[in-house]
Design a protein around this ligand. Sequence first.
Ligand code: BG6
Length: 535
Amino acid sequence: MDDTIDRSLNSIISRLINRKQNMTDTPTTTNPLRAGLRMQRTSEPATMVIFGATGDLTHRKLVPALYNLQRERLLPPGFNVIGFARRDWSDDFFRDSLLKAARQYSRSGIEDALWQSFAEDISYVQASFDDPAGYTALAEKLNELDQQRGASGNRLFYLATPPENYATIIQQLGAAGLAKSPSGGWVRIIIEKPFGRDLPSARALNTEVHQVFDEAQVYRIDHYLGKETVQNILVFRFANGIFEPVWNRRYVDHVQITVAETVGVEGRGGYYEHAGAMRDMVQNHLMQLLMLTAMEPPVGYRADAVRDEKVKVLRSIRAIAPEQVGEHTVRGQYGPGVVNGQSVPGYREEQGVAPDSRTESYVALRFFIDSWRWAGVPFLLRTGKRLPKRASEIAIQFRQAPLMLFDSGPMSDIEPNVLAIKVQPDEGITLRFDSKVPGQANQIRPVTMDFRYNASFGVESPEAYERLLLDAMLGDSTLFTRSDEVEASWSLITPIHQGWDAAPAPDFPNYEAGTWGPKESDKLLEHDWRAWRRL
Ligand code: BG6
């Protein structure tokens, strides 16, 4: 008897100890998935060098994100920013230019005193990207900041230039000995999208990168992974017990992933002409959403465990061969029209765009994942510019109930269950199910259960770049794309481009701005008795 009591007491005590450890430990506790999510987030002192510092990305996204991190006290003391670019700007001119942009783009406005102290640690190095002298000057500046501002030899390089400069900058950094820290600190490099424009160029760029940096130093950024709602996909799936059992071919009819934008090319016609919606959105953002939706549970919430599972998804997607593009893909380009009550020009009239451009501003496609979980379940992807509404979501449409007990006549409207993960705007998750309308008749209508971030948490989500910059400083690459991942994604996209290039010139423009894309995109689904969700 005494022995039994002893054993139960011991077991209770050891459970309590385990629980306490789980609450305070670092990521290597018994449950790494949970520990990873609870990690303390304080970075070491460092200097961030932004290449292409006079450009749009630095002004609109990077510096406002850094300022917000500073405001939330998430930047360490001894954190410095060096802008590196070709224009002949002084430190003061650079800071003024950043301040103007930050006033416009920072989500929380600017407090003058805080900006002053933040801006003191910003400086500028003027040089062209292929000039070795510029890198010598940069190295001197970095050493000076290590000495004077305690940056500890930690360096974060950010390539925010047009992609054609990436290889040159990487080679120059290597030649100047900047890929290693002089004082045993860490050196990391963030590379913006697009990473390559097809499979061969992505491979070539990976080779260039790996000649100078180890893969562990490389952070390929896709800002969709920094969005709260996108990170929540894994939490929703793997922190809850009730969704995984139905997350498979037995219960799911199909999955729709939509990223709809109302904007046009926003003055970036020159870039977009050579990209198009497939390179600009599908190869990266939509594929990331697909991977997170379809992946198997990782063995832990650690960078390689998560990325291994994502890569497996890409490897199990059945490639669309060039001769199959007509069957599985649709591309479109907008003509003039009306969006949000405003007349807007067609794509071919945008600045920097050829009057006979064949670049697509809309893509719809159907992928199949050849795995035990997903065999036979279509993943339907669509994205476009100048659509009627800004709306991004992942919708899991479940199969109909196997037996219709209830009359689905004119009074009723029975619809399959849909779980919609709303990425933006109106961030949240909804579940649609059928319900009896109160009254004597057996009338049925679909209703929705709604979770909204705003209502539940009442705090504003950080910007994607805030999360990602901090992760890179902390050395956490979970939300960044690995080299094999980027290549696996291109290996699915490149054959589609080959098929499109070989096909006759498309009849562009084929959708009016302010509509939901070309008619053919509806046919892509009608063929299987399915339809795009009305958003
Ligand atoms: C960028 C694309 O990566 O993502 C843009 O280059 C696009 O064309 C943008 O508009 C969309 O991002 P978000 O965060 O507004 O959905």
